[in-house]
Design a protein around this ligand. Structure first.
Ligand code: GAP
Length: 486
């Protein structure tokens, strides 16, 4: 990460804390690593991102429905899905610092360093060797590569490494109050399996015809070996996933459809297309016959935000085998029973949240002549902004607060609105800019005479005088989901 990018990222993290978006979990106890809480503005922003996804996926598709399955699931589900045996990361410890690392990430950091130093041949060679070792699950070879490339522990500076071991990422806990009959269950590492095991329930009760989708938003848990980059890699996070069930043989057509549709969803927020790219998976998971990541350019490089995976009939077939229950669909159009193929779209809500903050954050120098001025503004899409408008009486007297409260009481029935009367109007504008409020509505003495107020627009900082009875329409138009979903 260059110094500028590093600084920008640090500034966004402090801004997120200072303005009630994201807090370290259990902060007064010195925090819990890679676990975060969302504050008053963060919770609103997160809910708005969820709403945008849910409307685009469920509300606008007649053949997609949403569910909310439990986090605890029967432990055999994770055996069937392959997570008990295969959901591992290769880890290595440094014997001097006692710090633990992901072996593949140490190697990836070295590849990035070779690229930065323009040692492209070395970077390409190491990438190929690492991919080969990962594919063959050759842990000895991964360790050899770390030694051969003289990778040292960033903390101790030594190369005194343990062997590489596989580390299962699932959290487990005991289910049931009595120790003798309690059972080990897992906290789900993805929401997708809750959809697969409900495939027939939804298909039958909703009389769904293939192709159709089931969507879900919910928590997932992974005991990441190392967690870094703020809310990029967390141990408790949220996913927004959709499994689209299709007739075998048509999966590539739907894979391409969803690949395009999902990027369009991202771009509708107004982000520059250059900040996004597709990254096709060279090494496919055992269940996939095609997979692509949608990557966003964060200050620390292009990173995955969403995955689109063609998962074949792997999951449903496994559940059929492990549960002994048929997972078939009767297709009346071709008069045949089959296990459907699945295209999955899976986006991390927290990564989308970070992307949205990064994209919106702007430090502006507003100095003119000898007058120094600056502001930090979050240029959030109005649909995503935590607060839609702030009502600001110019002074705390002369009946202005009462008039402002009248407006507030009407608007708050439709929108999240705040009322602020403390500090100068300029300071109040800055506070609203910093949380991304698209409108500031100022109530002044003229308002008492002619029922007009001034609206100050966040991005242009321009002000206009409008009649109070126009406010519902003006705010309603700007924050309407139609702007994003058309
Ligand atoms: N059901 C497929 C699945 O879970 P994945 O690529 O492992 O696929 C999907 O995860 C998305 O979930 C990722 O693109 C990422 O946005 C998010 N994600 C995965 N692990 C995460 C973590 N530890 N912290 C935050 N987000 C994570």
């Amino acid at each position: 990460m260059s110094k500028n990018n590093d600084e920008l990222f640090k500034n966004v993290i402090s801004h997120a804390k200072e303005y009630g978006f994201v807090f370290q979990s259990s902060e007064i106890y010195d925090g819990l690593s890679a676990v975060y809480d969302y504050g008053q503005n963060g919770a609103e922003l997160k809910n708005n991102i969820k709403t945008y996804w849910w409307k685009a996926m469920v509300q606008l598709h007649e053949n997609i429905v949403g569910i909310d399955s439990a986090i605890f699931m029967h432990p055999r589900i994770w055996k069937a899905s392959g997570h008990v045996d295969g959901f591992n990361d290769p880890m290595i410890d440094n014997k001097d610092s006692k710090k633990r690392y992901r072996a593949d990430q140490l190697l990836e950091d070295r590849i990035n360093k070779y690229e930065r130093d323009r040692k492209t041949d070395k970077a390409v060679k190491l990438q190929l060797e690492m991919d080969k070792a990962l594919k063959a699950e050759d842990l000895g070879r991964l360790r050899d590569l770390i030694i051969e490339h003289e990778i040292a522990c960033p903390v101790s500076g030594t190369r005194n490494w343990t062997d590489v071991r596989q580390f299962n990422l699932m959290f487990s806990t005991q289910f049931g109050a009595m120790s003798e009959d309690s059972e080990e269950v897992y906290l789900r590492p993805e929401t997708a399996q809750g959809i697969f095991v409900n495939f027939l329930n939804v298909q039958k009760t909703g009389r769904m015809k293939i192709p159709f989708g089931i969507a879900q938003i919910g928590k997932a848990f992974r005991n990441e070996v190392i967690a870094r980059q703020f809310i990029m890699r967390m141990r408790e996070f949220e996913q927004m996933e959709m499994q689209f069930f299709v007739r075998p043989g048509t999966e590539m057509e739907w894979y391409n459809y969803w690949k395009e549709a999902r990027l369009k969803w991202h771009l509708a927020l107004g982000t520059s297309a250059e900040k996004y790219r597709y990254h096709d998976h060279a090494k496919l998971a055992h269940y996939a016959n095609a997979a692509v990541d949608i990557e966003f350019e964060f200050p620390f490089g292009f990173k995955e935000v969403e995955g689109i995976h063609s998962r074949t009939d792997f999951d449903l077939s496994q559940h059929q085998q492990f549960s002994g229950k048929k997972m078939q669909y009767f297709d009346p159009e071709i008069n045949q029973n089959y296990i459907p193929y699945v295209i999955e779209t899976s986006i991390g809500l927290d990564r989308m949240f970070l992307l949205t903050l990064m994209n919106a954050y702007e430090e502006q120098d507003l100095s003119e002549g000898d007058t120094q001025d600056s502001r930090v503004v979050l240029k959030l899409h109005p649909c995503l902004a935590p607060v839609k408008a702030a009502i600001l009486p110019l002074t705390k007297k002369d009946g202005l607060p009462e008039k402002a409260r009248e407006i507030m009481d009407r608007l708050k029935l439709d929108h999240p609105i705040v009322y602020e009367e403390k500090d100068s109007i300029g300071k109040r504008y800055r506070r609203q800019d910093a949380i991304g409020t698209p409108f500031c509505i100022t109530v002044d003495h003229q308002s008492l005479e002619d029922n007009t107020i001034t609206i100050r627009h966040r991005d242009s900082m321009k002000q206009e005088r409008v009649a109070i009875n126009q406010l519902d329409r003006i705010i309603g138009d700007l924050v309407s989901w139609k702007n994003l979903l058309k």
